[in-house]
Design a protein around this ligand. Structure first.
Ligand SMILES: [Zn+2]
Length: 232
């Protein structure tokens, strides 16, 4: 195996590893490896997939890290088996992303997963023109979540996908209407129960059927139930 570290790679490494805070995670896509920063000069291997390619990836990363004066602590990592099919690979990848999301912290050091995620509010940011593969353009809505850090009172703005990773499906698939009503998208099973008992839900489009307010795109086309205070 020949692997040489050049100046360009060293510059990238200094910048990249320096930009991550203490306790932060580095898990390059598809590499099967997860590292955590212990201090400015030490990273720890925390997870490793049991596969020859992964061992080789690790050897390269270790070479690169050492070239910029970073030590790697090994030996306490969790070793896990590679997925046996694409579905399992997808599930593992999602779980992995969720685990990493649990380590995210606000600028003040407070863990975001420990904050009141159910109080975060989704809000419309802007419309954006995007170029489709066909060459046409389409307009998409950009949304974000806003919440307040209980530690430093700072405002946190979060990408919806990041919020989803942190908060899970249930919290992600609900929204608060402009009149304060909270709507929760039903699962297929819940829709069946609703139909069988003749209860009524609310079919949600791009705007709220109750108030006409904008609805986040990931809620479009869902069938929702209204959540009362007593159920919370
Ligand atoms: Zn904070």
């Amino acid at each position: 195996m020949t692997f040489e570290v050049n100046e360009e790679m060293k510059n990238w490494a200094r910048e990249h590893f320096g930009s991550i805070g203490i306790g932060g995670i580095w898990s390059p896509d598809g590499a099967g490896l997860t590292y955590q920063k212990l201090d400015d000069n030490t990273w720890k291997l925390v997870k490793r997939m049991n596969h020859p390619d992964v061992m080789e990836n690790h050897a390269r990363f270790a070479t690169l890290m050492m070239a910029v004066g970073i030590n790697i602590a090994e030996g306490e990592q969790v070793d896990y088996e590679p997925p046996t099919n694409p579905e399992q690979a997808y599930v593992m990848e999602q779980q992995h992303k969720m685990e990493i999301a649990q380590t995210w912290t606000h600028d003040c050091g407070k863990r975001i997963c420990e904050m009141a995620l159910d109080e975060a509010v989704a809000y419309f940011v802007s419309e954006q023109e995007v170029l489709m593969e066909s060459g046409d353009t389409d307009t998409i809505e950009v949304w974000a979540y806003k919440m307040q850090c209980p530690e430093c009172d700072g405002e946190i703005n979060m990408d919806p996908d990041d919020y989803h990773l942190l908060a899970g499906d249930d919290l992600f698939m609900q929204f608060v209407d402009s009149d304060g009503t909270k709507l929760q998208a039903m699962t297929r099973r819940q829709m069946i129960e609703t139909a069988d008992t003749n209860e009524l839900g609310v079919l949600v489009g791009s705007c709220s059927p109750n108030t006409g307010a904008k609805v986040p795109p990931w809620m479009w086309g869902t069938y929702c139930r209204i959540i009362g205070d007593e159920e919370e």
